[in-house]
Design a binder for this molecule. Structure first.
Ligand SMILES: C[S@@+](CC[C@H](N)C(=O)[O-])C[C@H]1O[C@@H](n2cnc3c(N)ncnc32)[C@H](O)[C@@H]1O
Length: 220
């Protein structure tokens, strides 16, 4: 398993019915079943070819009925409501679309590849409690992970929506490095910028990122 998948799996809570939406290879469900985190698990993917990979990996569990394959869009086609939904490796807008079609599950583990801010806004607007909202890195890439419960409510500041709550409350090295990379990207953009408006916008962004960097340096 990659470091990314290990990090995701470490956040899967104990539950009754687990659903791995966009399961592809099925490694996360394998982890949940092998570690006794759920009684039964749905592996679901919109692509039959991707689902086949998970079905092959989990053939024994599929045979015993502990793992149930579903080829469908999002959570369509699940015969029961899972109490924990994992949705990893998809875009944030797609995750929001998938989740918005159903009541929020009791527990969720989400790892959007982009647009994490949209996922945070959606979850908070729906009354979710985001217990873990952190940036991590694997193999030189940065990822966000959001895990929590469908109820409990949360209030987020604008900065928390943009950067992730745990990153601001207890910043880690991955977030620090990501912000450093973003600083370099904005500095590079400033070298090529043509209009005054764009330049001012980039300078505001740079100022915000540098302030965050300074604040993190004091914590690390
Ligand atoms: C990049 S893979 C991620 C696989 C795995 N969850 C991971 O994190 O490594 C994305 C998977 O999501 C599936 N997928 C994309 N959109 C989907 C949707 N709306 N419903 C179900 N599966 C979807 C794709 O077919 C693909 O297998």
């Amino acid at each position: 398993m990659t470091g990314r998948l290990q990090f995701i799996c470490a956040h899967i809570p104990s539950c009754e019915v687990f659903a791995d939406i966009g399961c592809d290879h099925g490694y996360c469900t394998q982890y949940a079943l092998e570690n006794g985190l759920c009684k039964r698990a749905y592996i679901s993917d919109v692509s039959a070819a991707c689902l086949k990979k998970a079905e092959t990996l989990l053939a024994k569990e599929v045979q015993t009925g502990r793992c149930i394959p579903v080829c469908a869009d999002g959570m369509e086609g699940l015969p029961e409501a899972p109490d924990c939904v994992l949705c990893a490796g998809l875009g944030g807008e797609e995750i929001v679309r998938i989740l918005s079609e159903h009541p929020l599950p009791a527990r969720f583990v989400l790892q959007p590849m982009k647009n994490s801010e949209k996922v945070r806004r959606f979850l908070v607007a729906r009354g979710a409690h985001i217990a873990r909202d952190v940036t991590f890195s694997d193999d030189g890439k940065f990822y966000d992970l959001l895990a929590g419960s469908g109820r409990g409510g949360d209030e987020y500041s604008e900065h928390e929506y943009r950067y992730g709550r745990d990153n601001l409350k207890a910043p880690g090295r991955a977030f620090y490095e990501k912000i450093g990379r973003d600083v370099a990207t904005v500095q590079e953009a400033l070298r090529c910028v043509r209009t005054r408006g764009q330049r001012e916008e980039l300078l505001v962004r740079l100022g915000e990122l540098e302030a965050i960097c300074d604040a993190i340096e004091e914590c690390l």
